[in-house]
Write a new protein. Sequence first.
Length: 416
Amino acid sequence: MKKDAKGRRLLLPALRGSMGDWIYYVCIMKMSDIADRVQPVADIHETQTLSDYIQRQLQEGHSDLIKGYLLSQQQRLFNALVIGVYGGSPEWCEVAVRRTDKSAKLDDQETELAGVLGFLSLDGGEELFAIDGQHRVVGIQKALAEDRELGDEEIACLFVAHSKTQIGTERTRRLFTVLNRHAKAVSTMELIALDDDDVIAIITRRLIDNYSLFQDKIYIKKTKNIPASDDSSVTSIVALYDALNDFFKEKRNWNVFKRERPADDVIAKYYGRAVSVLDVLQKNMPALAEVAKSKTSAHAVKKYRTAQGGHLIFRPIGFQLILQSLKLLMEQGISLDDSVKRLSKVPWELSQEPWSGLLWNPVGKRMITAKENQKAALKVIAYGVGLDLKTLNSTKTALQTELDNLQSGIKPKKYV
């Protein structure tokens, strides 16, 4: 790619293609040119108010995370930006493909390459705007404001023509909508499986591979819930991740912290703490120890997750609640061992109080997973193990009212 001067002509190596009734050009563009010449939002919205709103969202939202990614991640890579082009005098310069070896049989390939390879020439008078990749454009601009050396790095861009007529604007707006509507978000489970920066995802995978309680005993699907037919999984991968995330969350900018891989010794520290917690839980909860010692995953938890309820820890929200409760105790200066001993005094059978009617539907024989029920359950545990409910911005009276409103019929009790 060659650039004569800022804001002037760019000569971009390109491939010309078509799909439906769109003609597009796939080019390589430097980040500095993107930062200088591509705008994140064009006037394709029906009202200026909406355009201004989207501009604010771009400036205040995901773009800061992208900036951090560019500045901190050495193994950085983006997918292609889709850029609309309006005005100026863009020119497509085709490169002819000819055989130098007349004996080579490339007739079919020559035909396929005709009109495909070339250069896209932009004279600097065009308006360039991101149809897809707006947050990335703003993130690039913010990153280059702090580190201009990133400007020589290159990103693939897909250029399409835009017309400022009513029909042209509707056409571009429809493309914007389609690209965003049909972009499939990566599931939480996929992020846990693939993310090499998120320390909780990393230790979750290590536990699944190396810790006996979870080896071949984890439900690896996109949903957090476990189907009734599963009698071998201790919990789901999403529930394990969420429980560990709740337990370890310690920084105001925790989600930002998880976007940059920490040093190996820091990862080892988190993993070691997770193993210590799980070891102590097994020591004080015989059901966990029994399942961990099981050499086969088949029917490993069959007697602890039953049609009558079973042990709460073998339900996804139960595992999370227990680690949340453990964190509350330890934040009050109670040791890990003593905290788990207190939790072991709580009756965990779902068919009994305090869970029947709060987390377990005895008629429908299924879990009650509503957020308000989970919040009340955490307070019930906290009160039962001797914590001051003020730590959860509540009182015994307020908790009783909360339980009455949930029609659970539960009376908060002390277990220690």
